[in-house]
Ligand binder design. Structure first.
Ligand SMILES: CC(C)=CC(=O)SCCNC(=O)CCNC(=O)[C@H](O)C(C)(C)COP(=O)(O)OP(=O)(O)OC[C@H]1O[C@@H](n2cnc3c(N)ncnc32)[C@H](O)[C@@H]1OP(=O)(O)O
Length: 257
């Protein structure tokens, strides 16, 4: 299958999606959303794929929602179309997605990276929510997700001043999980995705679901949810295999069952 705005490849059990609107610094328009949803839903449905990596170019992961697409819209257009609601579907992809971010991840670009399960940044990455400079505010989840990632003070700073933070600051404040030299970014991200792909797919998917739940519920509800999922894992063949392999001092051979 070919797409207008992204490139899609597979590397063993890992899917690799590269945003590909270089002239617009990978600005996110309706076609990008449609292409990303189609590609990641196909990975979710493909038993041969266990995890994936989403990346952009060296200069820009994505410089935001497409300002030229939005510019002429009025309130009724945005409200009736429920503009940006489609990105909630991206956040519902069930298999793990690592964002490999080099260059600019601004506005919707930063928001898209935060919708992924974790972010590995090249040392040239720059993150920001500059919507305030355009007379608006974040609209793809930035006011909520950034605040949960970095806390109120830093999120307010980013959203109200529109300033960018570099990769080192993003790592310090917990927005990204690790920073690597930009030249090593793709190798690191693909290695991390391949490592995830070695494990039991249902265990990985349940673990992702449990961590995501922490963002949406109270501690007591989250703990109950975790315990229910954890108990259910004892119905997996992979739990029997993983624990037997440990006891027998051999590598586990997971069946994704
Ligand atoms: C989610 C919601 C509600 C909102 C948003 O995300 S709003 C967008 C937030 N993002 C921004 O405000 C960043 C906009 N871009 C920039 O500030 C700059 O492009 C830059 C700092 C990222 C890079 O500057 P540079 O001078 O290196 O490159 P440019 O000449 O400015 O850009 C190259 C090329 O890309 C087009 N471009 C860049 N960003 C966007 C965008 N978000 N939407 C549409 N098009 C974008 C830019 O216009 C230029 O194309 P042209 O030469 O054809 O004008």
């Amino acid at each position: 299958m070919s797409y207008e705005t992204i490139l899609v490849e597979t590397r063993g059990k890992v899917g690799l999606v590269t945003l590909n609107r270089p002239k617009a610094l990978n600005a996110l328009n309706a076609q990008v959303l449609a292409d990303l949803l189609a590609a990641f839903r196909a990975f979710d449905a493909d038993p041969a794929i266990a995890a994936s990596v989403l990346t952009g170019s060296e200069k820009a992961f994505a410089a935001g929602a497409d300002i030229k697409e939005m510019q002429s819209r009025d309130y009724v257009d945005m409200y009736v179309a429920d503009a940006f609601a489609g990105w909630d579907d991206f956040a519902r992809i069930r298999k793990p997605i690592i964002a490999a971010v080099a260059g600019y991840a601004l506005g919707g670009g930063c928001e898209l990276a935060m919708m992924c399960d974790f972010i590995i940044a090249g040392d040239n990455a720059k993150f920001g929510q500059p919507e305030i400079t355009l007379g608006v505010m974040p609209g793809m989840g930035g006011s909520q997700r950034l605040t949960r990632f970095v806390g109120k003070s830093k999120a307010m700073d980013m959203v109200l001043t529109g300033r960018m933070m570099d990769a080192a600051e993003a790592e310090r404040c917990g927005l990204v999980s690790r920073v690597v030299p930009a030249d090593d970014l793709m190798a690191e991200a693909l290695t991390a995705a391949s490592r995830i792909a070695e494990f039991s797919l249902p265990a990985v998917m349940m673990a992702k679901e449990a961590v995501d739940r922490a963002y949406e519920t109270t501690l007591s509800e989250g703990l109950r949810f975790e315990r229910r999922l954890f108990h259910s894992m004892f119905a997996l063949e992979d739990q029997k295999e993983g624990m037997a392999a440990f006891v027998e001092k051999r590598p586990a051979r997971f069946l994704d069952r």
